[in-house]
Design a protein around this ligand. Structure first.
Ligand code: PMP
Length: 381
């Protein structure tokens, strides 16, 4: 009898078979099961989540929305789009909502990429760009990074006649690298109009106020610009899945054509709206991240471990044999993210946590570096 193992690969196109699946951070429950640890003893600094949890206003709004769970959500997301439009100074038809900003990135690929087209992204850039590109059967063009970040001149040179999308993450994940907005603005001026530039600002809220860009003001000048943002990071709503895209009304109209109906659920819509009002929570998230980043940077420097300067809520640490050190950290109940799949086999990416979590990571790393095999293959708390 045939099994899917024999039949299914043949059913999928070659470009789907070639996709390297997205590798999420290891869930706490999984590590607890594997090593027989208590979930409460595990520290996860692997998915760039907000260690403060959600804003209490967002939590209350999501809880209220649960009473209506028998009903479909507002498929047009009217209330959240209206709120975003007022806050950002764009029209409501310039906003598209996504099931996380991943969904917005995917809509861009679905609307603009097909077999015979290509998209351009940087080496070490966010993994969803190649995945979304390959899903559509388009060709991905990875441009060599400079100092772990985007080399805009090389990316411009890599654009071909068949290029339809170019992805820029600023700051980028997993490297945390950042390009001054003036360089991106100058780049937009010279990008040919047949290329949609997706400017991924997932970590924008972690930038120091003086380095935040007024990129929404560019939308009037660049009809081929799509800005994507998320409520998953500084707003603390990663589990609800809500993000948004901003662009010219004509561009947003195209994305809405490929958007799945009811792609953002009702608690997520309500929580996002409430989170936008909670400026105090956002300020706390920012301050905690700044302090935690300083703590991690100093702690890693003390251990003589090189880091890549980061503007996100995470930091790349050059630990050497990252696969082994990651395994040893897991045995000590600390989950961080190996990034060999990003072409960075010597690095681990650590998300900024609460002060105690950061300290726990640094202590575990110190122990691992001092006595690599002390715990054998078992849990070692
Ligand atoms: N862009 C970048 C650069 C990211 O790091 C992430 C999250 N890992 C996303 C987009 C997507 O996040 P979400 O779908 O939760 O908005």
């Amino acid at each position: 009898m045939s099994t899917c193992d024999t039949i299914c690969p043949g059913l999928a196109s070659a470009h789907v078979r070639a996709i390297a699946p997205y590798q999420p951070g290891k869930p706490i429950s999984e590590l607890a099961r594997e090593l027989g640890l208590e979930e409460g003893d595990i520290v996860k600094l692997a998915s760039n989540e907000n260690p403060l949890g959600p804003s209490p206003l967002a939590l209350a709004a999501a809880q209220d929305a649960l009473y209506d769970m028998a009903l479909y959500p507002d498929g047009a997301g009217f209330a959240l789009k209206t709120r975003l439009s007022a806050k950002l100074g764009v029209a409501t038809n310039q906003v598209v909502l996504g099931n996380g900003s991943n969904d917005v990135l995917d809509m861009a690929a679905r609307a603009f990429l097909t077999a015979g087209t290509s998209s351009v992204y940087s080496q070490h850039a966010f993994a969803v760009y190649p995945i979304a590109t390959q899903t559509m059967g388009a060709q991905g063009i990875a441009v060599a990074a400079t100092n772990y970040g985007h080399d805009l001149a090389a990316m411009r040179a890599a654009i071909r006649d068949d290029t339809r999308v170019l992805w820029i993450a600023n700051p980028n994940n997993p490297t945390g690298t950042f390009l001054p907005w003036s360089e991106i603005e100058a780049f937009l001026d010279i990008v040919p109009p047949h290329v949609l530039v997706v400017l991924d600002e997932a970590y924008g809220e972690y930038l120091p106020p003086a380095e935040r860009g007024d990129t929404t003001a560019w939308l009037a000048r660049f009809p081929n610009l799509l800005i994507s943002r998320t409520f998953s990071k500084a707003y603390g709503l990663a589990g609800l899945r809500v993000g948004y895209g901003l662009g010219h009304a004509g561009l947003i109209d195209l994305l809405n054509r490929v958007r799945h109906p009811f792609n953002v659920n009702a608690p997520a819509l309500a929580a996002a709206e409430a989170a936008l009002d909670d400026e105090a929570f956002l300020a706390r998230s920012y301050a905690l991240n700044t302090a935690g980043m300083a703590q991690l940077t100093a702690g890693l420097a003390e251990l003589d471990i090189e880091t890549v300067p980061s503007k996100g809520n995470f930091l790349l640490a050059r630990v050497g044999d990252a696969a082994r050190i990651n395994a040893d950290l897991l045995r000590r109940g600390v989950i961080v993210r190996p990034v060999a799949n990003y072409g960075l086999p010597e690095f681990l990416r650590v998300s900024v946590g609460l002060a105690g979590q950061n300290a726990r990571f640094l202590d575990a790393l110190r122990a691992v570096l001092a006595a690599p095999d002390a715990c054998g293959r078992k849990a070692c708390l």
